[in-house]
Ligand binder design. Sequence first.
Ligand code: NAP
Length: 306
Amino acid sequence: MHNVVILGSGCAGNTAAIYTARAGLKPLVLMGREPGGQLSITSEVENFPGFPEGIMGPQLVENMKLQAERFGAEFRHGTVIESDLSKRPFRLNVDGEWIETATLIVATGASARWLGIPGEQHLIGKGVSSCATCDGFFYRNLKIMVVGGGDSALEEANFLTRFSNVMLVHRREQFRGSKIMIERVAANPKVQMVMNTVVDEVVANATGVVGAAKLRNLVTGEVTHQEVDGFFVAIGHIPNTKPFIGQLDLDEEGYILSHGGARTNIPGVFHAGDVQDRQYRQAITASGAGCMAAIEAERFLEAEGH
Ligand code: NAP
């Protein structure tokens, strides 16, 4: 049986791993479906303290993993598909194999949200993407569209101008993203902003890959077909809490409800990072939350005489 199992290997999970490993708890980190979390698909991170020149997201998260491993954390590929938190030890079904743990830190993060429009799902990997840094390269000198109005969409639009001109489509008149990102995009002549507009459909061309997007202006009602090769969706995320439905207290969108600090409704189960945080969602806040969860797990075990 494990002392601590940490689910997720983004900033939250990796920081929890550093702290619990240094506390001598030999944590097991299950890396999940998206190892490294959202940072692993980001380009440069400019706002994580300690890196005055910035650092590449994948490098930052890999550094955290190495730091945890140095103190004895074990990282394993695997995803929890089912859990039994009704009694202790807690039981987790990891891709078909059940494991047991005295405490659990849920740092499973959040995954890309999709628009849910015709053509979208079926064209993922054929022009539809949720990761500019992963797929932008394929659309050099081709037609790129980004959908969304938050920092992710603004950042992706800017990044993608390395490859081609970008049309940024947002459903409102104002962007949700931060001032600095909005200014950067506004100053980038390769980004064309299309406001008050939604995409109703992604349309395949004769070869079965993305060829066009059907846009609808919400003010005028005008519908247009825009030729597109790379269609990037950047409209936020959905928390990864499926294996805990009915056990952990979740809000209406599936985020874990905090019971103070890093505590969930179940003693011995702690939360860290974007799986609980719908407000800040930064690398540094996720790391801070991972630290909190680790300290709480350590104290919980200590109180039980571990
Ligand atoms: P977000 O801030 O929640 O923004 C989501 C955007 O998508 C909003 O503009 C929203 O429109 C739009 N949207 C949502 N559902 C839609 C739909 N069905 N159809 C069309 N548009 C839809 O998400 P995010 O941009 O991923 O950012 C998440 C967090 O990470 C934020 O706290 C952000 O600051 C942070 N972040 C920071 C950086 C950075 O600092 N460099 C980079 C990336 C992300 P409305 O505005 O109309 O709601």
